[in-house]
Design a protein around this ligand. Structure first.
Ligand code: SAM
Ligand code: SF4
Ligand code: SF4
Length: 369
C-alpha cells in the first residue's frame, strides 16, 4: 500500500532558466532528438471527484490531502498568455486535463480565450479536453459554444459494479454514458473513449466495451496501465499488453490493422472486418513511442514537464509572476525544449519502473494524462 509521505507535487522545480539573449518564436522548435513541439497538455486543476484506483487511490488522496491553494494555480489569463507563446513556437494542439478539468470553475471562459489565439500558419488550433465524463452532460453545450473542438472521455468499464469499483466513489456508469451522448449531441466529436486496462481489475470488460462501442461514432481506445507517479503501486503483472487486447477482441470480432492518421499518433488503429468502425490501442508500456513524442505538459501551478515520467518540473510561473517579458519567456521555453532528450518508455526497466515506488515520479493527476 502506498505511503502518505510520497511526494505528489513537485516541490523541487527550479525556475525555468532564461537565456541571456531573448528570442522570438519561429513557429518550429526541435528537441535534441529532432522532435518538434506540437502538443501542449494543460492541467487546470489537481482535484478530482473520482478516486480511480490506478491514479488517485483513496489511501493517499484522502480528506487530509493537501491540494494546491487557489493562489498557486495559474489563472486563466496566465494560461492564455503561456499558450499564446507556445502556439507561436509551433504548438498546434492544446489539451485541457487535470485532475478533473470540468471541476475548474468557468472553464468555458478559458476555452474561449484559447480559441481566440492566432496560429503562425493561420490554421485553427486543435482544442480538446480529457474528462472522466461525470460533469459532461451539464457542460457539453457551453464548452462547444466557447469553441472546444472535441473531448476524450475516460471510461474503464461498462458494468456498473466494476465501474463503481474503478472510480471508487460509487459513481454510476449510466451518468458517464449520458455525458458521452450529450457531448456527441453538442458536436464535440469525434469523441474518443479511453479505457485503462488493469489485469484482474477490469480486463473482463474489454469485450463488453468493444461490443458496446462497435458501430457507434465513438472511437474506443485501450490504454496499457502505466507506471506513472508513485502512489498506485504499479506492477508489470497488472499490465495487459495491447497485443493481448487485440487478440481477445479479434477472436470474437475480427480486426485488421489500419495505417496511422499522422506521424507520431500514439494509438495503433484496428478496424472491424465487418465494417463496424475501429478501435485503438495505446501501448505505452510494451511499445514505446518516445521517438516521435511531441508533447509537453504544463502543471496546474505552472511547471513544465518534458516527459510524463519526469521527476523534475521547470517552474514557468516564477517567470510569469516576476514580470518577465514575452520574449524572455519564449527564449526560456525554446531553451528547455532544445535540450530535451526524454525517452523514458524506451529505456524503462524493472529498476526504473515497478521498483521505483518510493522514488519521485510526478503524479498523473498532477500533470494530466
Ligand atoms: N480526470 C480526467 C480523466 O480521467 O479523463 C483527466 C485526467 S486523467 C489523469 C487523464 C488520463 O490518464 C485518463 O484517461 C486516465 O485513465 C489516465 N491514467 C491515469 N493514471 C493512469 C495510469 N497509471 N496508466 C494509464 N493511464 C492512466
Ligand atoms: Fe480523476 Fe482522471 Fe485520475 Fe480518475 S484518472 S482519478 S478521473 S484524474
Ligand atoms: Fe513522451 Fe516521455 Fe512518454 Fe516517451 S515516456 S512517449 S518521451 S512522455
Amino acid at each position: 500500500m502506498a505511503e502518505k509521505t510520497i511526494l505528489i507535487n513537485d516541490l523541487r522545480a527550479p525556475a525555468l532558466a532564461v537565456p541571456a539573449a531573448p528570442e522570438a518564436p519561429t513557429g518550429l522548435l526541435l528537441d535534441a532528438r529532432g522532435r518538434p513541439l506540437h502538443d501542449l497538455r494543460i492541467s487546470v486543476t489537481d482535484r478530482c471527484n473520482f478516486r480511480c484506483v490506478y491514479c488517485m487511490p483513496k489511501e493517499v488522496f484522502d480528506k487530509d490531502y493537501a491540494y494546491l491553494p487557489h493562489s498557486a494555480l495559474l489563472s486563466f489569463e496566465e494560461i492564455a498568455r503561456v499558450a499564446r507563446l507556445f502556439v507561436a513556437h509551433g504548438v498546434e494542439k492544446l489539451r485541457l486535463t487535470g485532475g478533473e478539468p470540468l471541476l475548474r470553475k468557468d472553464l468555458e471562459r478559458l476555452v474561449a480565450m484559447l480559441r481566440a489565439l492566432p496560429t503562425p500558419s493561420g490554421r485553427p488550433l486543435d482544442l480538446t479536453l480529457t474528462t472522466n465524463g461525470s460533469l459532461l452532460a451539464r457542460k457539453a453545450r457551453a464548452l462547444k459554444d466557447a469553441g472546444l473542438d472535441r473531448v476524450t472521455v475516460s471510461l474503464d468499464a461498462l458494468d456498473d459494479t466494476v465501474f463503481r469499483r474503478m472510480n471508487d466513489v460509487d459513481f454510476a456508469v449510466s451518468d458517464v454514458l449520458g455525458g458521452i451522448e450529450a457531448a456527441h449531441a453538442a458536436g464535440l466529436g469525434p469523441i474518443k473513449v479511453n479505457m485503462v486496462v488493469k489485469a484482474g481489475t477490469n480486463d473482463g470488460q474489454i469485450l463488453p466495451m468493444a461490443r458496446h462501442f462497435k458501430g457507434t461514432p465513438f472511437i474506443l481506445r485501450f490504454i496499457e496501465y502505466m507506471d506513472v507517479g508513485a502512489s498506485n503501486g504499479w506492477n508489470m503483472d497488472e499490465v495487459v499488453p495491447s497485443s493481448e487486447v487485440v487478440r481477445r477482441i479479434s477472436a470474437e470480432l475480427p480486426l485488421a490493422p489500419v495505417g496511422a492518421n499522422y506521424a507520431g499518433e500514439t494509438a495503433e488503429r484496428w478496424r472491424y472486418l465487418d465494417g463496424g468502425g475501429e478501435i485503438g490501442v495505446i501501448s505505452s508500456v510494451t511499445h514505446a513511442f518516445c521517438h516521435d513524442c511531441t508533447r509537453l505538459r504544463l502543471s496546474t501551478e505552472g511547471k513544465l514537464y518534458t516527459c510524463l515520467f519526469a521527476t523534475r518540473g521547470h517552474d514557468l510561473r516564477a517567470l510569469l509572476r516576476t514580470g518577465r517579458s514575452d520574449l524572455e519567456i519564449s527564449g526560456a521555453i525554446a531553451q528547455l525544449w532544445r535540450a530535451r532528450t526524454d525517452s523514458y518508455s524506451e529505456t524503462r526497466t524493472i529498476s526504473t519502473a515497478g521498483l521505483e515506488r518510493g522514488a519521485r515520479k510526478v503524479e498523473m493527476s498532477y500533470i494530466g494524462g
